[in-house]
Write a protein that binds this ligand. Structure first.
Ligand SMILES: Cc1cc2nc3c(=O)[nH]c(=O)nc-3n(C[C@H](O)[C@H](O)[C@H](O)COP(=O)(O)O)c2cc1C
Length: 234
């Protein structure tokens, strides 16, 4: 099974997103998946120009000759695409959104009706695989992911990908510090790896596993205190 992981964090391998991805990828590989990780911020990907040449003039091909050509091939041939991003202003990061905008050559320009909605059909060479969201946030409440999850579910419908769930880790920035203070997080780390295993072995992730990943490890008022002392006088 081929998996493409797209890390949208500008902090790339230094970020909290990467920490979650690494554990998840370990689990997927243990279960037999072939995994490739790419970093949207490390690629040269111009903004979609909205010219629709990829639908009318050069069907399936963008007029821009940049790293997106290779990304489109990988996206089209992946059984599972994992979109990974920190929450940025209640959504995904700009570089990941830019990459997704540039995926329209995978679709035909014409409309068809699916699920009682107008959609674009997938081009023949594009797999109808699954899509998973991995996200981390700065705030503590799980509902900070709501708008991002809604967006990703909607884009799955438009891109004919089956939404296979979300690995969400609130207040991810404090995990390193919590560990140093002796707060036990091993069950969370193990659950992330377990979610990767479950996805490949069962095609889905267990609700209990995903809830464990998102569990509270620091009371909200402690998080507020940490941020007050870090930034109040600045
Ligand atoms: C520009 C920007 C916008 C952010 N917006 C939000 C937000 O809307 N909600 C939230 O919970 N965290 C927000 N954060 C915090 C990040 O989601 C959080 O620090 C995350 O752990 C960063 O992941 P990374 O280390 O992989 O980059 C924002 C951070 C930045 C830099």
């Amino acid at each position: 099974m081929e998996v493409l992981v797209i890390n949208g964090s500008p902090r790339k391998q230094r970020g909290a997103t990467h920490g979650v991805i690494s554990l998840f990828v370990d689990g997927m590989k243990e279960a037999g998946a072939e995994v490739e990780i790419i970093y949207s911020r490390a690629l040269e990907i111009g903004d979609c120009r909205g010219c629709y040449n990829c639908w009318g003039v050069t069907p399936g091909k963008c007029i821009q000759d940049d790293d997106m050509t290779e990304v489109l091939e990988k996206f089209a041939s992946s059984d599972i695409v994992v979109l990974a991003t920190p929450v940025y202003v209640d959504g995904m990061t700009g570089s990941l959104k830019t990459l997704l905008d540039r995926c329209i050559p995978l679709l035909h320009g014409e409309f068809e009706i699916r699920d009682d909605h107008c959609r674009h059909p997938l081009r023949l060479h594009v797999r109808k695989g699954k899509l998973v969201l991995i996200s981390v946030s700065g705030f503590t409440e799980i509902d900070n992911f709501d708008s991002l999850v809604t967006h990703v579910k909607a884009l799955c419908k438009n891109m004919s990908r089956e939404y296979a769930g979300a690995v969400l880790r609130p207040i991810a920035w404090a995990m390193q510090g919590a560990k140093e203070q002796g707060v036990q997080l091993d069950d969370i780390y193990e659950a992330v790896t377990q979610a990767g295993r479950e996805l490949i072995s069962n095609g889905s992730m267990n609700k209990e596993t995903l809830e464990l990943i998102a569990r509270e490890y620091m009371p909200r008022d402690v998080a507020v205190e940490i941020m007050q002392s870090a930034f109040k006088s600045k």
